[in-house]
Write a protein that binds this ligand. Sequence first.
Ligand SMILES: *Cc1c(COP(=O)(O)O)cnc(C)c1O
Length: 399
Amino acid sequence: MSESMIWYPYEQMKGMKKPLLVEHAQGVYLYTEEGKLIDSVSSWWSVIFGYHNPVLDEAIKNQVDQFAHVMLGGLTHEPVQRLAKKLKEWLPKDLDYCFFSDSGSVAVEVALKMALQFNTNRGSSRRKTLALEHAYHGDTFKAMEVGDDEDYHFAFGEKKDVIHIPTQKEALEEAFQKYGEELTCFILEPLLQGAGGMRMYELDFLVRARELCDAYDVLLIFDEVATGFGRTGYRFVADQVCPDILILGKALTGGYIGHAVTVANRKVYEGFYSDDPSHALMHGPTFMGNALACSVSLAAIELFEKENYIDKIQKIAAITRREMKDFSDPAISEVRMMGGCVCIEVKDAKTLEGYQEFARKRGVFARPFLKYLYACVPYIIEEGELLQVLDTMKAWFKR
Ligand SMILES: *Cc1c(COP(=O)(O)O)cnc(C)c1O
């Protein structure tokens, strides 16, 4: 028996290595019992502005002096109103209708419920969902159903009414020909599939997906929980190809508090707007629109704009390309890069055993999984710190 009563994520608790104790954190650094480490994964892609960011700290402190939380059932407040207004202005086209929730997985559930009930409300019997192979959309049951990663969800049984396709146009055309009239929605992580193995694909695929969704009257859902806020190099992939429903999470609060939003366009919203009470969206997470989360999100978006984060991401991308160009090793099957992230895929997962400890000795916190050694650093990282992360990754293969 371990002495810990904390049940850690994605871990066989028996024989689990002792997690590192973080004492405080600042900028890109975690100050741990073993010294200071650069967080090369931004606490699961979320802490893009760095830890202990003075602007974000202040936003939370100011709000806590007013109140921390009130429910949205029958009540509203300024932080949630301002955030919704900001998102309406900030997001493309008529992605205007914000449904808040407390995590990415729940926001995915909400999007899938929207797509299903959008059809029920209009008297359609469509039931099927199109999704991508290797998709990851969260760990709740519906989110798992549209996910396609046996490494995460093998223990939970079969998928119903979900068709998974590879990111190839022929497969896309075929799926729509075959199932187009039965689909409620096509849900995908645009351009970059994160937890499914940092897989990258072309914008063309999304352009065609948009056309086919229009032709077959199918809702297009972008899960940008991971890709949003610049990770692909685009602010949102939705700026390039606009979905009907957009899901944001992770970096939304700068990684301060769990919060997410499912943003619907006018067409989806109008599918619920009616004299019939049974057409209402029956969902309401207790902590949706939490005032601390909304305040910090607003401050985060303002920071992203004011300090031109897209520029910072382009710099990270350029340095990464320069450093990883021509890097290869017999153990590596592919090096992939996009925007603020890089992934080295190895041929055999065993190759990465011991990497975490190796990186720690070089001042880097990393969390490779399966065959993927990756970095998605906080955007405030300095060039020297980024080199430290990339050099550590490369050094592992040249021991
Ligand atoms: C992390 C993630 C989720 C789930 O978000 P949680 O906040 O962990 O529930 C959903 N979709 C994608 C693409 C993610 O990366």
